[in-house]
Design a protein around this ligand. Structure first.
Ligand code: UP5
Ligand code: MG
Length: 199
């Protein structure tokens, strides 16, 4: 079990909304540890001996959401390892999760009582901006899903599966929305004032 109750912020938004970029900036100034579910899945895909490599690869290419058992184990392990190394590190930005009902149910079943969910940081921008950013990044990212075909599916999945999760938290008053269509520093200025207010 986890020694101390982790404090969690879920970071959500469309593909390419800037979740990773903003999380990197947050950890420079605030005592949060950034855990990207997508990065953890990509690392697991590349890990020698992983039994899930193939499955993860095909889900990511198709823009589909990996079964929660896999993702939540990776998240839990990363949280436990972080807290074991440094007891002061109990604040987490969980980036790109939960993305659908399966993710949400998995979290609620396995982690809700183990962690305090503080709020959801929602990076809001248009689908077109999302697509343009990912295509631009695709010129050099090497990501198997930064192409038009995968992006179409990622956007579809986002609209069909992830937006309803955000709306659900919205109804509980848990969502803090930032306009993510502006440049990186403008977005971060809003993020900062929001985090300063939340304490
Ligand atoms: N950029 C960033 N901010 C900008 C700004 N304000 N102005 C101009 N440009 C900006 O940014 C994307 C690009 O835009 C970069 O080139 C950046 O420089 C630029 P980034 O910060 O990387 O955006 P982010 O929102 O993190 O985009 P990402 O592509 O990571 O979003 P996704 O949510 O699609 O990707 P993720 O890695 O989370 O998931 C990938 C796949 O993994 C999913 O499709 C799914 O198949 C799988 N997955 C699961 O199955 N389960 C999970 O729980 C999580 C992922
Ligand atoms: Mg990301």
């Amino acid at each position: 079990a986890l020694a101390m109750k982790p404090q969690v912020v879920f970071v959500l938004g469309g593909p390419g909304a800037g979740k990773g970029t903003q999380c990197s900036k947050i950890v420079e100034s605030y005592s949060y540890t950034h855990l990207s579910a997508g990065d953890l899945l990509r690392a697991e895909r590349g890990r020698e001996g992983s039994e899930f490599g193939q499955l993860i690869d095909s889900y990511i290419k198709e823009g589909k959401i990996v079964p929660v058992e896999i993702t939540i184990n990776l998240l839990r392990k990363a949280m436990e390892e972080t807290m074991k190394l440094d007891k002061e590190k109990f604040r987490f930005l969980i980036d790109g999760f939960p993305r659908n009902q399966d993710n949400l149910e998995g979290w609620n079943a396995l982690m809700r009582d183990e962690a305090d969910l503080r709020f959801i940081l929602f990076f809001d921008c248009s689908n077109q901006v999302c697509i343009d950013r990912c295509l631009e990044r695709g010129k050099s990212s090497g990501r198997v899903d930064d192409n038009r075909e995968s992006l179409q599916k990622r956007i579809q999945t986002y609209l069909q599966s992830t937006r309803p999760i955000i709306e659900l938290y919205q109804k509980k008053g848990k969502v803090r929305t930032v306009d993510a269509s502006r440049d990186v520093d403008e977005v971060f200025a809003d993020v900062k004032s929001l985090l300063d207010k939340e304490g």
